[in-house]
Ligand binder design. Structure first.
Ligand SMILES: Nc1ncnc2c1ncn2[C@@H]1O[C@H](COP(=O)(O)OP(=O)(O)OP(=O)(O)O)[C@@H](O)[C@H]1O
Ligand SMILES: [Mg+2]
Length: 292
């Protein structure tokens, strides 16, 4: 059993984990090109995933460097969500391996992946609609709650101090995401764009080193997309968190990502800087053949 374990100020500094550069919280968020991208943190090698006769992913390899914003794009059904599901242990690919900070794994449970420091938001929101914003974001702290469940239920002694520290941490996330006015509101009553922001808050509460975002801007209007882009860049710049982002809006992808992987029918057809993929013939024809 542990006493209070969380310093709420950590949200300003430590979410990037080992090796994260100290940041000045007063610094204005700058374009991602201004930051130092580090070594490979996530290495995806020769991943193939089949569902019966469907080849969702075929021999996919790419890497993600520490502190970068790495986008995964491609038409509907290209395999983007399946790729994130392989990284975070929801799907077990038939072939290939994934390494995190040099440690290779073939089969990992979602919990093990989360404990290693990889958090995830979902294409279809996975929030508790009847629970308040603060309680939803608190669910992201579950992995970090150390005290015994009996003491937690009674809210006494160290358990109470621990809970207070976690709540303070969550309040910092709420301030960061500028949703103070809704902290007690049931999530189901919020507009969709704000629900997406709460989902990001829940993932941030896990203090991830790598954040996997599956279409964080889907269904948003222009202003909501701009807000969400700013929060993603702030998380990346201020906390040093590495971001892997699936997004259909090419304007957003080109604006905020450092490098882009392009999937089509489960195969990788492009990989490079936004400019490189934008000028890649195979990528252009994959997109011309779809409604995107
Ligand atoms: N659990 C599953 N069972 C069977 N087939 C699946 C499953 N998950 C994904 N697939 C199939 O794998 C392929 C890739 O799906 P995936 O959801 O990864 O695509 P996507 O690129 O995320 O598409 P979208 O842009 O529409 O979200 C599709 O043909 C899909 O039907
Ligand atoms: Mg998807």
């Amino acid at each position: 059993m542990t006493d209070a374990v969380v310093d709420p100020q950590m949200i300003r500094t430590a979410a990037g984990g080992a090796g994260a550069a100290p940041t000045d919280p007063r610094a204005a968020p700058s374009p991602s090109s201004a930051k130092a991208v580090g070594d490979v943190i996530l290495d995806v090698k020769n991943i193939s995933l089949r569902f019966g006769g469907v080849n969702a992913l075929t021999d996919i390899s790419f890497d993600v460097r520490e502190h970068e914003v790495r986008a995964i794009i491609g038409p509907n059904g290209a395999g983007k969500s399946s790729m994130l599901n392989c990284i975070n242990g929801v799907y077990q690919p038939q072939e290939g391996s994934i390494s995190f900070r040099g440690q290779t794994f073939k089969h990992m449970s979602s919990r093990q992946v989360a404990e290693m420091g990889i958090a995830r938001t979902f294409q279809n929101l996975a929030l508790f609609k009847g629970m308040s914003v603060i309680d939803n974001i608190m669910t992201g702290r579950n992995l970090r709650i150390k005290s015994n469940i009996f003491l937690q239920a009674l809210r006494i002694g160290p358990a109470q101090r621990e809970e207070e520290a976690h709540r303070a941490f969550v309040e910092n996330i709420i301030d960061f995401l500028e949703i103070q006015a809704y902290r007690k509101t049931p999530v189901g009553q919020l507009p969709y764009g704000l629900q997406k922001r709460v989902d990001l808050g829940r993932a941030l509460a896990m203090e991830p080193q790598v954040l996997l975002l599956d279409e964080p801007m889907a269904g948003m209007n222009l202003e909501e997309k701009q807000d969400m882009s700013r929060f993603i860049l702030d998380v990346n710049n201020e906390f040093g968190t590495t971001i892997v982002l699936i997004e259909h809006d090419m304007g957003v992808v080109m604006d905020i990502s450092d490098r882009v992987v392009v999937l089509d029918y489960g195969k990788k057809i492009g990989d490079g800087t936004p400019d490189e993929v934008r000028n890649n013939e195979e990528v252009i024809s994959a997109y011309l053949g779809t409604s995107h």
